[in-house]
Write a protein that binds this ligand. Structure first.
Ligand code: HEC
Length: 150
């Protein structure tokens, strides 16, 4: 009985580990972000509020809103800019018009690299939390499935 219980527990641990794979901001997303996103979203970029005030100017300068910490990056996942990261990075599988989001191209130089890096972002947010809706349309359950571990 004890043996059965223990092996059941081991299977549970293994399978949940395989699913979640513990993708973290520190170990996985930060290095990827530095390579692919930092040039335009780093410390010299404006906060989202300042960006929104002078959007056209910043777009011309190839500057997006600043997202150079766990907290600022996750504000584009869950709240207040809910779903922004997913809408921009999705490859077209979940977008309304079936086209990739306009930041998808920055995920890598080849389609294989973009897919690999998209999978990493998806695993970090959580497969069930990869929801492209804005806050007003988001359910509590959907919000609860966004993992974004630091
Ligand atoms: C060459 C510059 C450049 C790179 C590289 C880049 N971005 Fe952007 N990003 C922009 C600009 C400019 C905007 C604002 C214009 C727009 O809305 O399209 C933007 C907008 C965004 C937004 C929407 C913010 C909002 O207003 O809600 C998100 C999310 C985003 N980028 C994520 C990323 C991620 C993640 C990466 C890396 C995979 C990345 N970007 C790489 C320039 C860039």
């Amino acid at each position: 009985m004890k043996h059965l219980f223990l092996s059941g527990f081991a299977v549970l641990l293994l399978s949940s580990g395989a699913l979640a794979d513990n993708i973290t901001y520190r170990a996985d997303i930060r290095p990827l972000w530095e390579k692919q996103c930092m040039a335009c979203h780093g410390e010299s970029s404006p906060s989202l509020a300042n960006f929104d005030d002078r959007k056209d100017e910043y777009k011309k300068l190839q500057r997006g809103p600043r997202m150079d910490s766990h907290a600022s990056l996750t504000s584009f996942v869950g709240w207040p800019d809910s779903g922004a990261l997913m809408r921009r990075l999705d490859d077209g599988t979940h977008t309304r018009d079936g086209k990739p989001g306009n930041m998808y191209v920055y995920l890598g130089a080849s389609e294989a690299e973009r897919q690999k890096n998209l999978a990493l972002f998806k695993a970090w947010v959580g497969e069930g939390g990869w929801v492209l809706k804005r806050f007003k349309d988001l359910t509590r359950e959907e919000l609860g499935r966004m993992r974004v571990e630091e």
